[in-house]
Design a protein around this ligand. Structure first.
Ligand code: BG6
Length: 788
């Protein structure tokens, strides 16, 4: 095999020119790990063949490897069958196509890639080839088309034994799923981060390779003068991002049942489209960094999405398919959603209040994907309703399929005539007679790509060009999981509405928006009788009892947070009635975020005007840093409620341009403020959490509890970064009228079990020092933390 590779490489080298895309030309080795799998067969080899065809005269030389766990003698015939099926781009003549295919086949080989030695062999093989041919190495491209659990191991093998020679690039392409929630994505990112640099990782979202999706930003820029005045809340009525599919997930259940529609297509494809539509336009579209920064900015403005912002469904046959494919008995039911409609809002002045609907489902009536921006129509038509001015005003980014069958950008003629400076797009005026989202096609200006290209081929060419803006960065990935994880946890035990599938779904999946919430339009809920089996209604009720001698409230996370928010409002109303003011001290950390969201989205009658918000603890970092507790509190609660700014009391951790220096007197300042404003320094309500080591507020194990004496505020040290903290002391906490200790999540179960057994020992378990002298302590533990 090597012999013919050599021969060919020499021939190709003589065709050389300068490298394209500003890269130094040289030899490129492409390795598809999982090279005989489904994705490789359907799209990847085709994409790499097109890459080869387009770059054969660029000065680069190539070799291609299909890697897999199967031994070479078994895999080779399958591998070459796949390669033989690739097609040339339309503009290549038959003769040239045959020649190029033959060359491509000769440059390709199968390698078993299982053990570290096999990766080492591959590397040796590449190096020998380079040496024998006197080629300089441009780079190595590994495409991991394998299940995500194998990523970390393969990345480590690549890192330890298959890196290219110095000066050449390494690009490792990864397919979703990248985790199944924020935590797991974080773990996966850090595992991969130990083997690969961020710039070496290319996380694919094939939607970013779809021509219409890739055109969203350029379209917005080219048509800026028309869009600037109308791309805002005053003109946009709503945004819909929809992916409807007719197929079911038969054959993919082992994967799908663990993920469901939200993780499968919403967290990635639809979210990416949403960011492209709403992000600030980059000044320089070719700056990947700027594009990614602007994306991150819009992520930080997406309002929390909770249970009331989503409806879910499941096609009727799904449970039977699960029983069959997962070898389960007839009483096994799955509540994985195959349909979801989610309502998002963006907290930016530009889009405030604009509903953004994300909808996707399997087994629906048609296969179509689009993003539609519906504009308000302020014209009142008294007659002649067929006049274009009386019709809907909308822009549709049509990804493909559906009644049109090809990708297109459609702008209704009552808006503006779009321009395109891009030779790869053209305007079309002749169409078949179809209607697109309520308007005959003749009522639109229509732009289509001059040549239709497959998403994977596009992305492969971007990888080769090192264009990172069309891939998912680690920060982007985590920001997206940050948006979806709270919703996913809140619906984890919800039953989806069952739908029959196809046209029979009728109106069953129609949704309605009421304020910031979404619900199914019809009340009819069809639930399989089996679906209720095994789940006692009690399982979902709020339970009361005792924990460590104090009151205990326990429920599933969502109900628990609802209950705590209601109790908090009760305490606030009582305090305001009795004393005209409510003093509330809040902790940092991620646990209270769900409570903040609940308060912001549901407690419109909360007496914020008479509430003073204090901090139970703070990290010694500038308030502009994401680690700042105050910034978290501000972003998730304060900015969403009408609280007078003079009622807000952040801890003064930064004084004289220094952080938490005793001589600057920050803690005394806070203490003085508390003594001045809070009657008897007794907060009405203190909300605390517990860390894995038993710390509460910023009172950590190992410090002498009596050392703070009567002080209300102390500077403390944390074992984890940022080390320096400011915290209310036990003396301040234990004067409160009411203290709530909120603990949630399976991760805290072990700690709760330990706490249920230990004696009071605040030096070892600081939380056991919380003992209000005249007040009440209530533990709010969710079932995951309490029962594991
Ligand atoms: C994939 C999902 O990422 O996207 C599939 O895993 C889904 O479930 C597919 O069918 C949709 O992609 P497209 O390009 O057909 O719209």
């Amino acid at each position: 095999m090597l012999g013919c590779v050599v021969l060919l490489l020499v021939t190709l080298c003589t065709q050389g020119g300068n490298g394209e895309d500003g890269q130094t030309p040289g030899h490129v080795s492409v390795v598809i790990v999982g090279g005989t799998g489904d994705l490789a067969k359907k799209y990847l080899w085709q994409g790499f063949f097109h890459l080869y065809v387009n770059h054969v005269s660029s000065g680069n030389t190539f070799s291609f490897y299909g890697g897999g766990l199967t031994p070479a003698d078994k895999a080779k015939p399958v591998f070459f069958e796949i390669l033989k099926a690739v097609n040339c781009p339309k503009d290549v003549s038959q003769e040239r196509c045959a020649l190029l295919k033959e060359q491509f086949l000769r440059l390709s080989e199968y390698q078993q890639l299982k053990t570290i030695e096999e990766y080492q062999d591959l590397s040796k093989h590449i190096e020998q080839q380079l040496q024998q041919e006197g080629l300089s190495e441009a780079g190595r491209l590994f495409y991991l088309s394998v299940p995500a659990f194998a990523y970390a191991d393969i990345a480590e093998k690549i890192n330890s034994s298959c890196r290219p020679t110095s000066g050449a690039w390494l690009r490792v392409v990864l397919e979703k799923p990248f985790g199944h929630d924020f935590r797991s994505a974080q773990v996966l990112a850090s595992q991969l981060g130990s083997s690969l640099k961020d710039e070496e990782m290319y996380r694919i979202d094939h939607y970013l390779g779809k021509q219409v999706v890739a055109k969203i930003l350029p379209f917005r820029i080219e048509n800026k003068k028309f869009l600037d005045p109308i791309w805002n809340k005053h003109h946009i009525e709503r945004v819909e991002i929809v992916l409807k599919e007719t197929l079911d997930v038969k054959g993919r259940i082992p994967f799908y049942d663990q993920y469901g529609v939200i993780r499968d297509v919403m967290q990635n494809h639809l979210t990416e489209v949403m960011t492209l539509l709403t992000m600030r336009l980059p000044v320089n579209l070719s700056s990947s960094e700027e594009v990614l920064q602007n994306k991150l900015h819009i992520f930080s403005s997406i309002l929390p999405v909770g249970k009331n912002q989503a409806v879910i469904g499941q096609y009727q046959e799904y449970t039977t398919q699960v029983q069959q494919e997962l070898n389960k008995t007839k009483d096994h039911i799955s509540i994985t959603p195959t349909f979801a409609a989610v309502l998002a809002h963006i907290d930016e002045a530009q889009f405030e209040g604009v509903p953004i609907l994300l909808i996707s489902g399997k087994k629906l009536d048609e296969r179509v994907g689009y993003a539609r921006i519906v504009f308000k129509n302020d014209i009142f038509c008294l007659q002649n309703h067929n006049s274009i001015h009386c019709k809907p005003k909308q822009i549709v980014f049509y990804f493909g399929h559906g009644s049109l069958q090809y990708p297109a950008i459609l702008v209704s003629k009552n808006l503006f005539k779009p321009v395109s400076k891009d030779s790869e797009w053209k305007e079309v005026t002749e169409h078949k007679d179809v209607s697109i989202l309520g308007l005959p096609i003749s009522d639109y200006y229509v732009q289509i790509p001059t040549e239709q290209r497959e998403a994977y081929s596009e992305l492969i060419s971007y990888i080769f060009a090192g264009r990172k803006d069309s891939f998912i960065s680690t920060e982007n990935l985590l920001a997206s999981w940050g948006m979806w994880t709270p919703l996913l946890s809140s619906i984890a035990s919800s039953f989806p509405r069952i739908y029959p599938g196809g046209a029979d779904n009728g109106d069953l999946l129609n949704v309605r928006l009421i304020g910031k919430e979404i619900s199914y339009n019809s009340e009819v809920v069809i639930i399989n009788n089996d679906q209720m089996g095994g789940t006692s209604a009690n399982g979902f009720q709020v339970m009361q009892g005792k924990f460590r001698g104090a009151d205990l409230v326990s429920a599933w996370a969502e109900e628990l947070v609802e209950r705590l928010a209601a109790d908090l409002q009760g305490a606030a109303e009582k305090a305001v009635l009795e004393s005209g003011v409510f003093h509330l001290a809040l902790s940092g950390g991620s646990t209270p975020l769900a409570l903040f969201h609940r308060l912001a989205l549901h407690h419109f009658s909360f007496p914020w005007r008479d509430t003073h918000v204090w901090m139970a603890d703070e990290r010694c970092v500038p308030v502009t840093e994401f680690e700042s507790n105050f910034q978290n509190l501000h972003d998730h609660l304060l900015q969403h409620v009408r609280i007078p700014y003079y009622n807000i009391h952040p801890m003064p951790v930064q004084l004289n341009e220094r952080l938490c220096v005793e001589e600057d007197g920050g803690r005394l300042l806070y203490e003085k403020e508390i003594r001045k404003l809070v009657n008897g320094s007794s907060f009405h309500f203190v909300l605390l959490g517990v860390g894995y080591d038993g710390h509460t507020a910023s009172l950590f194990p190992g410090s002498k509890t009596d050392k703070h004496g009567e002080s209300l505020v102390a500077l403390t040290e944390s074992p984890v970064k940022p080390h320096q903290r400011m915290s209310l002391t036990f003396s301040a906490i234990n004067r409160a009228h009411e203290v709530a200790l909120l603990v949630m999540g399976k991760g805290k179960h072990e700690l709760i079990t330990q706490l249920s057994r230990v004696e009071d020992n605040p030096e070892k378990w600081p939380v056991t020092g919380v003992k209000p002298s005249d007040g009440r302590l209530v533990w709010y533990l969710d079932y995951d933390a309490l029962l594991g």
